[in-house]
Ligand binder design. Sequence first.
Ligand SMILES: [Zn+2]
Length: 451
Amino acid sequence: MMKINKITLFTLYVFVVLVGLLKSPCAVANNQIDGVRVWPSPESTRVVFDLSHKPEYSYFMLKNPYRLVVDFADTKRFPALPDVTDEHRIIKRIRYSKPKDKQGTRVVFDLVRSAKPVVFALAPAGPYKDRLVVDLYGAQMSAYSDESTNKKVSSREKERNIIIAIDAGHGGEDPGSIGPAGTYEKNITLQIAKRLARLIDNEPGMEARLTRTGDYFLKLNTRTVKARERKADFFVSIHADAFSSPEPNGSSVWVLSLRRANSEIGKWLENTEKHSQLLGGAADVIKDTENERYLAKALLDMSMDHSMKTGFKVAEEVVDELRKVSKLHKKEPQAANFGVLKSPDIPSILVETGFISNPNEERMLLSSSHQERLASAIFNAIKSYYWKNPPADSLFASLKNESPIKHQVKPGESLSLLANRYRVSVDSLKRANGLKTDTLFVGQILMIPKA
Ligand SMILES: [Zn+2]
């Protein structure tokens, strides 16, 4: 076993950082890299080394040009390193270089620009063996660079779209739960999230923002930060449940717990940067820290109260809609301490779309028609809530206030179709127009009552 007693300082280059050194007393000699996987994402790239044993490693950064060097002690190299494609905005190339000593392996990451490395070992879990994870974060994290959803301009200038942040749970190295047939939760959540985004983007007055658009890993924190930066009105995180036995089934909806919300508020109050985010320009005007804190607390309490109420009401609507398309695991929204549900300022829910550990539900979660039904249920619930409670400056608000709406019946239109389009009940439509039957005539003028 190799002995490393001292951290060697590299002084050869102007900018040399020795960031980490890990020694393990139980590491076995002759470790081996069995595979290398690369997960690109818009803001970071994750490279995972699969190893036969727990790795002994060290790493450092070099400048001109930017490089990250990772040394594996007493480790045989994997014959080939993967090519790095253009979708990586941080790494240009991964290559081997001359190791420190004969037993070691040195891997060099040629970088496109300056990056922050985070390197750590992972113990065997699920389908994976011992791993060394190398995360490279671009120096400037821009949450706006990876929008794949269509940028939609509200059909009218001043009336804004209601923005729904959709978070597909897990991703990349984190598969989430794994079904008995080998289905990864991360793939199901992304498919449902994308279907939901499509439905939202097709709705005038609504706009979707996905926190992730591909198979890569996002930290919990990044998910809510992204939602905030994108000025989301609402945040919905999509997951699939799992249990140790195959029996449990059905969907459930989760909201932020009051306890979690209060502890988050405490954290926000300690963080003056968050004050300015929350207070907007006002923070610069209020020079008095005591006052700023007081105001921040008042605003946070108010916004938390609003988000929790909104989150709960939407959750109730989602449960009602899910009831029509799936079994329910919980008949009421549940409060939870989930890491992703922690924004006191954005109403948030987490939807467990079913149990991937139940063979039957695993099959259903894989089917595109069931995914579409789940996405529609979530979409209908959110739309219904915001149609009833539109933000004052939104297109939804002005559509609702336009009155009275007259509609001339076109071929193929039925009462239920029009009721659905204008979000009124068939009964109120019949009442407003004194209709005794459900029959409509082409060209007939209908008064549309306010929803
Ligand atoms: Zn999950």
